[in-house]
Design a binder for this molecule. Structure first.
Ligand code: ZN
Ligand code: ZN
Length: 600
């Protein structure tokens, strides 16, 4: 759990001194101070970002975008990079070395974003204030009166904000334009209804209320005018949603900080897809007669698909979905202890809960972790209920999250996946630095800039690792049934094909038809899932690769260490040491782990 000092006022009162550049006895103390002050300067520059992470001191500020503003940001990043370069890597602890890399990568990536990617010229969905106002109104971090006070000041800049957005946009892509229209139109009710409704419950004077209502009116007009303006754009010269090879390769490097290049991961994903198909066909041939009287189709992919369809009918009833998940958690813990796979802190059991009302409708399962400023927040495993769903909808959902996949989902989201990783990450932070009253949580850098490929890669890696160690094996056997393996391979195809889709769509001009054909025929996805994936890939870049990239890197690192350490390699120690560095990019963790190898 993030033990964060809630006295935020103390943070603001801290002086913003630059780090000492002379060699001090302990560079780590200087670096810790630098990180604290850096975060404060960053929040001052990005009040909206700060607010979304629970730091509310600048809530009344709405930054108006523009060329001048971009220049201010760039100067900030350049100057921070300069400050950072004054620290000698060799003098820093392992924990601070990875923080140093995270900061350096963030600063360099941000400068690249301003100078080269320039999404502020082509992504109109980047301009939307509705969500941030809504969060301030609905999140009870302060009294309603005080939150509305900040909101009332913040409202003044909304018209200027959208005016500036229009002048920055040069050639928006059609897809991002559509998204911006629907998100802005969908969010405008915050100014038309929600803020006015909340205002009625306050002690503001009639005059104050009138002024705020007038600002709300101007804000909603600005939002709708922006949406109207986007609709009127002539898309003749619209930029393509496809990033193209040069930008894609760079974005891959900055966002994922992987030891592999984009092309290498793409080649690995193609090879993995082929390997998975072969493994699946072997199982299909083995199981065919057990499940079907018909003759097996000669096309291997068609045969695999039929068998998967058959196995998907093995699922729980809608009303026992939640209990099925709850029952599996202690099973996972028992298995991990029995096989000695990783130490699990028994003082921090996972809190399984029914998903809160505001998440309702998504079903499934997800981890909610407290942000870096949420002092004693719990980490929850939210489990959705299928109450009120139509039979057809819940049947399709339960077939997707069938008996086999549900277990893999629990491994991924909870134990030893995301939940376990999070606990290690928080502990690494607390162990790394003396936690001084009035300073930010020591893990703040990893919490804010944590590497997505490492985090997702770990969760994907644990799925395979558990099965490799016999998870799901019937009693008396040491490997899971072939049915379980077949379904695992199907699940693994998803992150593999996400990578292929993302790369082919942005780099190789993949058509929508070809993409849907790949996802439905080769990754065995339902049409609706495949359509959703296509849309997500047109709107984002590189993120869909994070799962497979991190997975590949962690697996490669494990095999490398096995080979280098021989009989000294121990799986449990590997897992614990790997996680002890926190949510850092795998390539930096690798450097540190190799450095610590016993010399022969
Ligand atoms: Zn069924
Ligand atoms: Zn995940």
């Amino acid at each position: 759990m993030n033990k964060f000092i809630s006295a935020l006022l103390c943070l603001i009162l801290l002086s913003c001194s630059q780090p000492s550049t002379t060699t001090t006895p302990d560079q780590n103390a200087g670096f810790d101070a630098y990180k604290q002050n850096f975060i404060l300067r960053l929040w001052k520059l990005h009040p909206g970002w700060a607010s979304s992470l629970g730091y509310h001191n600048f809530d009344s500020v709405l930054v108006v975008p523009g060329k001048d503003r971009l220049n201010i940001e760039k100067q900030f990043y350049l100057s921070e990079r300069d400050s950072l370069s004054k620290f000698e890597m060799k003098d820093l602890s392992d924990f601070n070395q990875t923080d140093w890399h995270l900061l350096s990568d963030f600063l360099t990536g941000s400068i690249w974003g301003i100078d080269t990617l320039k999404s502020y010229e082509w992504d109109p969905s980047a301009y939307n204030v509705c969500g941030s106002f809504s969060e301030m109104l609905n999140n009870n971090y302060d009294s309603l009166d005080r939150r509305l006070k900040s909101i009332s000041i913040r409202l003044h800049n909304v018209p200027a904000y959208y005016q500036a957005a229009k002048s920055l946009l040069l050639n928006p892509s059609q897809e991002h334009t559509q998204l911006a229209i629907s998100q802005n139109e969908g969010g405008v009710s915050i100014f038309e209804k929600e803020i006015p409704d909340a205002l009625a419950k306050t002690n503001f004077t009639e005059d104050e209320k009138k002024q705020i209502l007038a600002s709300c009116d101007l804000a909603s007009k600005a939002v709708l005018d922006y949406a109207q303006w986007l609709k009127s754009l002539n898309h003749e010269h619209a930029r393509s949603f496809r990033l193209g090879k040069t930008l894609y390769d760079q974005k891959f490097r900055y966002d994922l900080a992987s030891g592999y290049k984009a092309d290498e991961i793409y080649q690995k994903a193609l090879a993995r897809k082929k390997e998975l198909h072969q493994k699946m066909f072997v199982i299909t041939k083995q199981l065919w007669n057990k499940y079907s009287k018909a003759e097996m189709p000669s096309d291997s992919l068609a045969a695999i698909k039929l068998l998967i369809d058959q196995l998907s009918s093995n699922h729980v009833k809608p009303d026992s979905f939640q209990t099925a998940i709850e029952k599996q958690i202690p099973e996972l813990v028992r298995f991990i202890r029995e096989k000695n796979l990783i130490y699990l802190d028994s003082t921090k059991p996972l809190v399984v809960r029914k998903e809160p009302a505001y998440m309702a409708g998504f079903a499934g399962a997800s981890i909610s972790s407290p942000g870096p400023y949420d002092s004693n927040g719990n980490t929850y495993y939210n489990v959705g209920s299928l109450n009120g769903w139509t039979n057809e909808r819940s049947e399709s959902y339960l077939r997707e999250y069938n008996h086999y996949i549900l277990q893999i989902l629990n491994i991924h989201e909870a134990i030893p996946g995301h939940y376990t990783q999070l606990i290690y990450s928080n502990q690494s932070a607390l162990g790394a630095a003396e936690h001084v009253a009035g300073t930010a949580y020591p893990g703040i850098i990893k919490s804010v800039f944590g590497n997505g490929a490492m985090v997702e890669g770990w969760a994907v890696y644990t799925e395979l690792m558990m099965l490799e160690n016999g998870y799901g094996a019937p009693s008396g056997k040491n490997s899971a049934d072939p049915e379980m393996w077949l379904m695992y391979y199907k699940w693994n195809l998803r992150s593999t094909c996400n990578t292929i889709l993302d790369h082919d769509l942005h780099v190789n001009n993949l058509s929508k038809e070809a993409a849907l054909a790949m996802l439905t025929k080769e990754a065995f996805q339902q049409q609706a899932e495949a359509e959703g994936k296509w849309r997500r890939a047109t709107l984002s870049q590189v993120q869909l690769c994070s799962y497979f990239t991190g997975f590949s890197e962690i697996l490669a690192l494990r095999e490398e260490l096995k080979e280098k350490m021989g009989k000294d390699f121990d799986l449990k120690s590997f897992h614990e040491k790997f996680l002890s560095y926190g949510s850092a990019p795998v390539k930096y963790i690798r450097e540190l782990m190799l450095k610590d190898l016993p010399k022969h």
